[in-house]
Each structure stands twice: as structure tokens, then as C-alpha cells.
Design a protein around this ligand. Structure first.
Ligand code: GAP
Length: 504
């Protein structure tokens, strides 16, 4: 059984080998933290976006879509606070000349202590029957000590971050004895702030042209279109605006594959509500979004909420849905109650009223907002890493299978003539032409059938349809299921309906 680091490497290699994800500009040695989605990756990514869009826009009569531009007026980013405060604390090691995020160095240190706790618990689980984890955490001296360390560091760390205390962050790094993973030394520079927005110039001549930014989130495109959509869509509170689109952040340390990228995609929805009703809706969206994840069939123990104790100055509630990635529980999606901060800021900076007229109270007011925000790429990594499985079969052979939720699989069906002769490819082509109207279908007639099944397992195709000599006699085919490897025969005429039933 591969350890988590090894497993993660295998997942990255698999994504490349089977045409899901390639490093960007690979023939020029790549571009750090930028990736391209290959022939199978783009299908999986599109299916994730469609699953989100359906759940958010199609299934909610009061949510509509938007596709706003990436370039926006630069004052938007002043109003939103990104120009002044969208920073990460940066630190360099003077010996290796490597750059790190000071907060990530501390988080990694905490993670190492938490890993020790997990190891102790794993050992104890093997030793004792009827193991009671809560009791063990409270009574085992080593675990209690480790936990106290974690709690202490976390409290001090949160305070330093909240107070923007850069000198304090450096002092904590030194006190914890954190070394540079490359040089192994503690020879650190001071911590400084680094703005994550990419800047460029608008216009064909850069001299004197205005600085504009590549958007670091899609949300602001929604806020600045609030009035347009409210008026033209005759919307009534509560209502939402949903958007999927690219976002860009000059991450200091972009790592863990597509978990933290410099160019990525977000699926965001801003839900506008009457002031005073925001916490009720916050709870609704918390549960609704978690259910969206669970509906994929990934077991519930892979998700948890992380409620924010310290809130941003404009928020009055915030939580993350965390997912158990191969490198531990990490944020997958954020749900925030953002009060009327963004709309009020845009009122102030644009001089335009961004108000809702409430006929019930005969009053104009700035609505409050609940935001749900998830990265498409991070969602891709969540489903892909969870789906990646290596199995040993009864005969001792192994197979790699991508147990993707069927609705997200790049291809739903593969049509495979058993041999490339005797008229079987011709029948296969007819079956392909019939199925392609309803499903993404792959046709393959090269290699032995066993190898073709393995290739389809590796890209997560839920069903293979095999054409053999019996097909010529009775117009039936063999259907082979990815997860169970069960095989059964079905008439060609019933295939579409039967596959549809199964895929639902
Ligand atoms: N509008 C709110 C917002 O952007 P965020 O927590 O910064 O909030 C929301 O980002 C989501 O976007 C995250 O939960 C994550 O899924 C995704 N995300 C953020 N930064 C990312 C990055 N550098 N690479 C990939 N996904 C990222």
C-alpha cells in the first residue's frame, strides 16, 4: 500500500499518462503552477462545471447565470480591498535563495505535529480492540502534549495573522526552529507582504496606459453587475447570480499539483438577501453545498466543515468545506456571509446607487450577500484523487481503476469489437453511431480485449460494450461494468435505455 506522498505522485503520473492533465508549455520545460487539461481532463472538467451549473442555476428558479469579463475597471479592485489587502506574507531563505509563504511554513509545522498524533492513534488502533479514539486523545500523555502544542501554535499564529504582525511571524518561525527544506538552515529574511494580483496595461501602447489586473476572483464581476441583472431580470429577493470563469493569483508557493495554481477556474454564486435574513440563508447554503458534494456518492467522512472563528472585518459568518485530499483535509469550497460590504464599497467608489427596492416595506436598501465559492480545479483534484484505486484481483493480477462518479466520467461507454475482422468492426461502428447521440462514447478496436478493458478502467469509463460473434446471430452485446467487472448480455435495441437507467 503506497503511503500518501507516494499515492499522490502516482495520481499526478496517472493524470498525465492518461491524458487528463499536462504541465503547461511542457516542451519548454513547463511553467510553474500552470497546467493544461488534455482530452480526458477537459471532459471531466466540463462535467464538473455542468454538474455545478445544473444544481445552482437550473434547479433554483431564483438563480441566474453571468459571464463577465476578466478585465475590469481597476477601481473595482481598490473598492473590493484587493489592491491594499490581497497579500500573502513572504519570507526568503538566504542560503537556498528559495521563497516561502511564512504562514505555510507554520501550517506545515503544525501538520507535522498532527501527523505524529495520527501515527500514535494508528498504532493504538492496531494494539487495542474496542479502541475509543476520544478517550485515547484525552488520556495518552504523548498525544495530549502534541495536541497542546498544536493548540498553542494555532492560537498564536491566528493572532499574528489577524494583527498583520510580520515581525511576530518571523519570530514564531525562529522559535519553532523551522528550517528551509532545501538548505536545512534557519537563515531567514524578514517577512514582507506580497500582493497576489497580476497587473498588466490596457491599450496598445504601454506608456501612460492604465494598470489593470487579471481578476483574482470572479465574484466582483457579479457585484458590479448586480443592478443590471436585478433590473433586466426583474429579480426579487432572495436571488442569486452564478458565474464560472478563470481567476489568476500570483501565488508565492504554488504546489500540490492543481490544488494551488496561478491560473485556475472558479464557480461562484452570490446570493442576495434581505438584511437580517443572512444567517438563515448561510445555514441553507452550508447544507445545500455539502449535499451537492455528497450526492456524488463520495463517502461523507471525506468532508468536514471548518467554521472560521476569526472573521474578515466584512463577514459575519464563514465556513470552509474541507476535503480529505491525499495530503490531508484542506479547503475545497468557501461559504461566506459577506454582509453588504462589497455592494456598499462599489456604491462608494462608483457613486452609483446599488440598492434593491423592497415593495413589502416600501424601502430601498443594499442587500446582504451569501457567497459560495469553489475552484473547478480543486474539485477536479478531489474527485480524481478519490477515484484513483489500485486493486489486486482474485487471480493475483492488479488493475488501476478510476472509480469516478458516472455522471462526471469523461466517457460513459466504450464500444469494443472483440476482433478487428469478421464484420465485427462494422457492427461496432453502427453501435457507436447509435450511442453517440446520447452519450460520450469511445470506439476502440486495437489490442486484446483485456488490455482495452484496463485502458477504459484507467480513464473511468463506467461501461464497455463488446461486439462478438454471437452479436451477428442474435443482435446482443456484452456489457461490462467498470466497478464490479460484472458482464451480461443485452439486445442492441435496449442499450440506450438500459445505459441511461444505469447512469441515472
Ligand atoms: N470569492 C471568494 C474567494 O475567491 P477564496 O477562498 O480565495 O475565496 C475560493 O477562493 C475557492 O477558489 C477556494 O475554496 C478554492 O477552491 C479555489 N482557489 C482559490 N485559490 C486557488 C488557487 N490558487 N488554485 C486553485 N484553486 C484555488
Amino acid at each position: 500500500m503506497a503511503n500518501n506522498e507516494e499515492l499522490f505522485k502516482q495520481i499526478i503520473a496517472h493524470a498525465k499518462e492518461y491524458g487528463f492533465i499536462f504541465p503547461s508549455s511542457e516542451i519548454y520545460d513547463g511553467l510553474s503552477a500552470v497546467y493544461d487539461y488534455g482530452q480526458n481532463g477537459v471532459e471531466l472538467k466540463n462535467n464538473i462545471k455542468q454538474y455545478w451549473w445544473k444544481a445552482m442555476v437550473q434547479y433554483h428558479e431564483n438563480i441566474v447565470g453571468l459571464d463577465s469579463a476578466i478585465f475590469m475597471h481597476p477601481t473595482i479592485w481598490k473598492a473590493s480591498g484587493h489592491v491594499d489587502a490581497f497579500n500573502d506574507p513572504l519570507i526568503d531563505n538566504k542560503d537556498s535563495k528559495k521563497r516561502y509563504r511564512a504562514d505555510v511554513l507554520i501550517e506545515d509545522h503544525i501538520q507535522k505535529i498532527e501527523d505524529k498524533i495520527d501515527k500514535e492513534i494508528e498504532k493504538a488502533k492496531k494494539r487495542f480492540n474496542n479502541f475509543d479514539e476520544t478517550l485515547y486523545r484525552q488520556t495518552n500523555t504523548r498525544v495530549v502534549q502534541y495536541q497542546a502544542q498544536v493548540d498553542d501554535i494555532r492560537t498564536r499564529f491566528a493572532e499574528l495573522m489577524n494583527n498583520n504582525d510580520l515581525a511576530g511571524l518571523k519570530a514564531l518561525i525562529e522559535e519553532l526552529g523551522i528550517v528551509c527544506p532545501i538548505s536545512g538552515t534557519r537563515n531567514w529574511t524578514d517577512v514582507r507582504q506580497f500582493n497576489l494580483m497580476f497587473a498588466t496595461k490596457l491599450g496598445s501602447v504601454s506608456d501612460g496606459a492604465d494598470t489593470i489586473y487579471l481578476r483574482p476572483e470572479t465574484a466582483q464581476g457579479i457585484f458590479v453587475n448586480f443592478l443590471n441583472i436585478y433590473k433586466t431580470g426583474r429579480m426579487k429577493l432572495p436571488f442569486g447570480i452564478a458565474q464560472i470563469g478563470k481567476a489568476f493569483r500570483n501565488e508565492i508557493v504554488a504546489r500540490q499539483f492543481i490544488f494551488r495554481m496561478r491560473e485556475f477556474e472558479q464557480m461562484e454564486m452570490q446570493f442576495f438577501v434581505k438584511p437580517g435574513e443572512e444567517l438563515k440563508w448561510f445555514e441553507y447554503w452550508k447544507q445545500t453545498r455539502l449535499q451537492w458534494h455528497k450526492d456524488l456518492g463520495i463517502p461523507a467522512e471525506n468532508y468536514r466543515f471548518h467554521d472560521h472563528e476569526k472573521l474578515a472585518h466584512y463577514a459575519n459568518a464563514a465556513t470552509d468545506i474541507e476535503f480529505k485530499f491525499p495530503f490531508g483535509f484542506k479547503e475545497l469550497e468557501g461559504i461566506h456571509s459577506r454582509t453588504n460590504f462589497d455592494l456598499s464599497q462599489h456604491e462608494k467608489y462608483s457613486g452609483k446607487k446599488l440598492r434593491y427596492f423592497d415593495p413589502e416595506v416600501n424601502e430601498n436598501y443594499v442587500p446582504y450577500v451569501i457567497e459560495t465559492s469553489i475552484g473547478v480545479d480543486r474539485m477536479f483534484l478531489a474527485v480524481f484523487s478519490h477515484a484513483f484505486t489500485e486493486e489486486t484481483l482474485e487471480d493475483g493480477s492488479t488493475r488501476t481503476v478510476l472509480r469516478l462518479p458516472a455522471k462526471l466520467a469523461p466517457y460513459k461507454v466504450a464500444v469494443l469489437p472483440l476482433v478487428k475482422k469478421d464484420g465485427l468492426p462494422e457492427i461496432g461502428q453502427e453501435v457507436f453511431d447509435m450511442l453517440k447521440k446520447d452519450f460520450m462514447v469511445q470506439y476502440e478496436d486495437k489490442d486484446a480485449i483485456g488490455r482495452r478493458y484496463r485502458r477504459q478502467d484507467a480513464i473511468g469509463t463506467p461501461f464497455c460494450v463488446t461486439i462478438d460473434n454471437q452479436t451477428k446471430e442474435d443482435n446482443t452485446v456484452t456489457v461490462r461494468e467498470r466497478d464490479t467487472m460484472a458482464q451480461y448480455r443485452l439486445p442492441i435495441a435496449d442499450l440506450t435505455v438500459e445505459l441511461m437507467k444505469k447512469l441515472r
